[in-house]
Design a protein around this ligand. Structure first.
Ligand code: A3P
Length: 317
């Protein structure tokens, strides 16, 4: 159900034309808006989201860098928060709906050109997602008591995963790995610079640990049960002794596992309303796949940049 916001298009056009622009490897062009590289297709949604979103204290926002494992964590958060409503895993919505349908992106799926969605009818706790950096979030998301779960991934695998994803979305040909790598290193990538994105949420998670939970893909892979319990506690819905005894933690992880989700018919053949094939969100789902694509020199270069950018922090990948 949509309400109209007629003032958007011209404002948006004016803003886009005033922004620094780079040829994209993710889309034809990327524009630098408030320190974040955005594709023009998403700009109306970003502006409308920033202008109109009213957070509730009970909202939960999943924030991620693209290719950090968003699809996975959407599935996990949806299952976690709705575990009482869907006790029968044979009839779970994830078996027939892609996680991106169950947990929509605010600036991509909900706030779209010329339209402001009526989110008041959503039942609390509302679960949304975004790729925007912390600094670019609407004020109400920052000042309210809504909770933010942030997920990132080591930059080498993030880059390789994004490179594959963009190749899948292109109609013809493959992006040059070297050119894309050069742009990524200069910060020019979807919602990049990657390091600024990670740092924005990292800082907030240190200053305000009740508000932002900072997660890493690699840790989720290494210690999934530990991380899932941590998420449940952070969101104020820890697993009860009864649930622990019944094995609910492992049930959720099994349901949301790469092997399970990627082999479901809906994810093998379905499409999102934005046009992307569901299967594009499932590739290998492993840590360290960058070694199959980056030369040792490229890997070292990214490591050097990361070390430099994260020098003042305890962040390590
Ligand atoms: P790879 O390209 O390295 O395989 P996003 O969801 O943010 O777009 O990230 C996509 C990445 O997460 C892809 O990584 C994809 O394979 C991986 N992924 C998708 N579903 C997953 C799951 N259930 N468990 C682990 N990784 C998953």
């Amino acid at each position: 159900k949509y309400l109209q916001a007629n003032d958007l298009t011209q404002e948006c056009r004016d803003i886009i034309s005033s922004l620094p622009k780079e040829e994209g490897w993710v889309s034809n062009h990327l524009h630098l808006y408030h320190g974040c590289w955005i594709t023009p297709r998403y700009m109306p949604g970003v502006l409308a989201f920033q202008k109109h979103f009213q957070a509730r204290d009970t909202d939960i926002i999943l924030a991620t860098t693209p290719k950090a494992g968003t699809t996975w964590l959407k599935a996990i958060l949806f299952s976690l928060l709705n575990r009482v409503s869907y006790p029968d895993l044979q009839k779970h919505p994830l078996l027939t709906s892609n996680p991106h349908v169950l947990v929509p992106f605010l600036e991509i799926d909900l706030y779209i050109e010329n339209q402001v969605p009526d989110l008041t009818s959503f039942v609390s706790p509302r679960l949304f997602s975004t790729h925007l950096s912390y600094n670019s979030l609407p004020t109400s998301a920052k000042v309210s008591n809504c909770k933010i779960v942030y997920l990132c991934r080591n930059p080498k695998d993030t880059f390789v995963s994004l490179w594959h994803f963009t190749n899948k979305l292109r109609l013809k040909g493959t992006n040059s790995l070297e050119e894309a790598f050069d742009k990524f290193c200069r910060g020019v990538s979807l919602y990049g610079p990657y390091w600024d994105h990670v740092l924005s949420f990292w800082k907030e998670s240190i200053e305000n640990p009740q508000k932002v939970l900072f997660l890493k893909y690699e840790k989720m892979k290494e210690q999934p049960t530990y991380e899932l319990r941590k998420v449940a506690e952070f969101l104020g819905c820890p697993f009860t002794p009864g649930e622990e005894a019944k094995g609910v933690v492992n049930d959720i992880l099994r349901l949301c596992s790469f092997d399970n989700l990627s082999t479901l018919e809906v994810n093998k053949s379905g499409k999102l309303s934005s046009g992307e094939a569901n299967e594009a969100f499932f590739r290998r789902g492993e840590v360290g796949d960058y070694t199959n694509y980056l030369t040792p020199e490229m890997a070292e270069k990214l490591d050097r940049i990361t070390e430099e950018k994260f020098r003042e922090t305890q962040l390590k990948f």
